[in-house]
Design a binder for this molecule. Structure first.
Ligand code: FES
Length: 121
């Protein structure tokens, strides 16, 4: 995947166009992506596109196997903890925040930014 540099992030092009992203990940669906060796859950909700670490902060299950809801949360399929796609918080503060990554829809594609300091060594 193509990468570009911008403001502390390495930006990875994950879809060629917004239409392709919508086609591959319809609203309310999620998809597992691997960027820099890191598993990322790409989510499409009524509020747009979101990206977060795929490992649930509770016990590490794959969030991309879960679902989303009308509150713009991702619901882990194992113990049903719900994480906000706006700020990563678990709705009842039972686990650490999910790690969110910025998504940028540009004329030349859909990009996910991975903060350089967060990248594995
Ligand atoms: S592993 Fe996700 S809620 Fe427990």
């Amino acid at each position: 995947m193509a990468e570009t540099e911008k403001a502390g992030y390495t930006w990875h092009k994950v879809f060629e166009t917004e239409e392709e992203a919508k086609e591959q990940v319809p609203q309310r669906k999620m998809k597992l992506l691997v960027l820099e060796g890191r598993s990322i859950c790409f989510a499409h909700t009524f509020a747009g596109f979101f990206a977060l670490d795929d490992a649930c902060p509770h016990m590490g299950y794959s969030l991309s196997r879960g679902t989303t809801n009308y509150l713009n949360e991702v619901i882990c399929p194992w113990h049903s903890y719900r994480f906000s796609l706006s700020d990563g918080r678990e709705c009842e503060y039972r686990a650490k925040k999910a790690v969110l990554h910025p998504v940028d829809v540009r004329a030349d594609g859909v990009f996910i930014g991975i903060e350089r300091t967060q990248a594995p060594a």
